[in-house]
Write a protein that binds this ligand. Structure first.
Ligand code: GLC
Length: 438
């Protein structure tokens, strides 16, 4: 007897997945975000929060930086212009890092930019307004730990104030403070994305991850959470290194620094070149992820020249190659093309990202069963010549296609070739044996 699943049960089963997929769509399409680490640490140009946690200086001396955090030349519109010009579709700013310094006018705790720093003003709200005006998506970074707060368990690497088991009441007080700030941020700014950090110090039960998520989805059902909620978020956040193998997770974002530091560090000159940043970006695109590239403004609110230049260079490339970036999905295995690739959402266009031009100027594509209707250079338009070898009418093997790239079409960063296929991409995966009839 055939069993018929009632429609309402089917809807019940499928709906949550469809909803999860659609709430993630803007994120998956966005490809590029800009991370901002701005806080007390930018004053002396030392490592964010970790400087005192690791004992490089005392907590007291670290907090002295409040007298230098002035934001005198802070121009949030200019930041946002630069971010948008880089081609980023979203931005994530540190509302509060592990040391507990809040950039907004919070009524919780006693460490914020309005009452406890030279700036004497809320520096988060004007940024959020500029982001909204520009139509970018807003992400708020929030550190679950607050190493300065007297009711928080950890103070430094060597000093814990208490354990939750020994003083559950004290932990309750800390959670009340943390939830108070989260509620405040959620109500004031309704971010599109929450970027949590520091979950490693406690379990999901201790943080109350479910309660946090319920609170933050109350007013914005479609808000996205990164996975630093003890793994209970919507997308993975590998840090610093692009995953070598294409991640299994459907959604992920690589967060990475331009030099080796998140915040502004005066002695760190180990900047990546614009081509090296592009290498990371293309690697993320081809593996189906996003790049969240970090900038670290100085305490007066200005951005180091190197960082501005990298954002501008990215902008040059993204402006020309938009169709091969936004809304794309992960590419095909390297067995078919020795380099990064991506597919359009409908899987009918294959993009090849060419960093270095082969010595005969020809790109080699193997085992694509589709007909290639047209091959052209993205953002430039030249139609490209193709030659297919090892394809005979009596064999299913689709052959090897050589695509010729004219030297005039080469981009200073990555040249992108689009291949319009006759349908959804069809990869040939069999081996052929002796052909007995031809
Ligand atoms: C780490 C660090 C932190 C930095 C963050 C960015 O978890 O603790 O300093 O803000 O990663 O991804």
């Amino acid at each position: 007897m055939r069993k018929i699943i009632p429609l309402f049960i089917l809807i019940f089963l499928v709906a949550p997945r469809v909803q999860a997929q659609s709430k993630m769509e803007w994120f998956q399409d966005a490809k590029l975000g800009i991370f901002i680490h701005w806080g007390l640490y930018s004053v002396e140009g030392i490592s964010e929060s970790w400087a005192f946690y690791n004992g490089y200086l005392s907590h007291e001396d670290y907090l002295q930086q409040r007298n230098g955090f002035g934001a005198e030349n802070y121009d949030p519109q200019a930041w946002v212009e630069l971010i948008a010009a880089s081609g980023a579709k979203y931005t994530v700013i540190t509302s509060k890092h592990h040391e507990g310094f809040a950039l907004w006018d919070t009524k919780y705790g006693n460490l914020n930019a309005v009452e406890h720093a030279k700036a004497k003003r809320d520096v988060l709200t004007p940024f959020v307004n500029a982001v909204r005006d520009k139509g970018l998506q807003l992400g708020l970074y929030f550190s679950l730990p607050d190493w300065s707060h007297l009711n928080y368990t950890h103070h430094t690497k060597d000093k814990k104030r208490y354990t939750i088991a020994n003083d559950p009441q004290r932990w309750k007080k800390y959670r009340k403070y943390m939830l108070g700030q989260l509620n405040e941020l959620s109500k004031k700014y309704s971010p599109n994305l929450w970027w949590f950090d520091g979950d490693w110090e406690h379990s999901a039960e201790e943080w109350g991850v479910e309660e946090i998520k319920t609170l933050l989805t109350k007013n914005s059902a479609n808000v996205i959470f990164n996975s630093r909620l003890n793994g209970k978020g919507d997308y993975d956040t590998p840090e610093i290194g692009v995953p070598v193998y294409r991640p299994k997770a459907p959604y992920w974002e690589l967060c990475v620094t331009m030099n080796d530091s998140w915040g502004y560090q005066k002695t760190d000159t180990n900047y990546k070149t614009s081509l090296q940043v592009m290498d990371l970006f293309v690697d993320c695109i081809s593996k189906g992820g996003n790049l969240l590239l970090d900038i670290g403004p100085k305490a007066d609110g200005t951005l180091p020249k190197e960082q501005q230049d990298l954002l501008k260079a990215l902008g040059q490339w993204t402006k020309k190659h938009g169709s091969a970036i936004y809304g794309t999905r992960k590419g095909i295995p390297y067995d078919h093309f020795y380099g990064p690739t991506a597919l359009s959402k409908d899987k009918k266009t294959l993009y090849l990202y060419v960093r270095d031009v082969p010595k005969d100027g020809k790109l080699v594509l193997k085992g694509i069963s589709n007909r290639i209707n047209v091959a052209y250079v993205v953002g430039e338009g030249s139609m490209l010549q193709k030659q297919t070898l090892c394809k005979v009418y009596w064999n299913k093997y689709p052959g090897i296609t050589y695509i010729e790239l004219p030297p005039e079409s080469i981009d200073p960063y990555y040249t992108v070739v689009a291949l319009k296929l006759d349908g959804e991409i069809d990869l040939f995966g069999s081996t052929t044996g002796a052909i007995e009839q031809n």
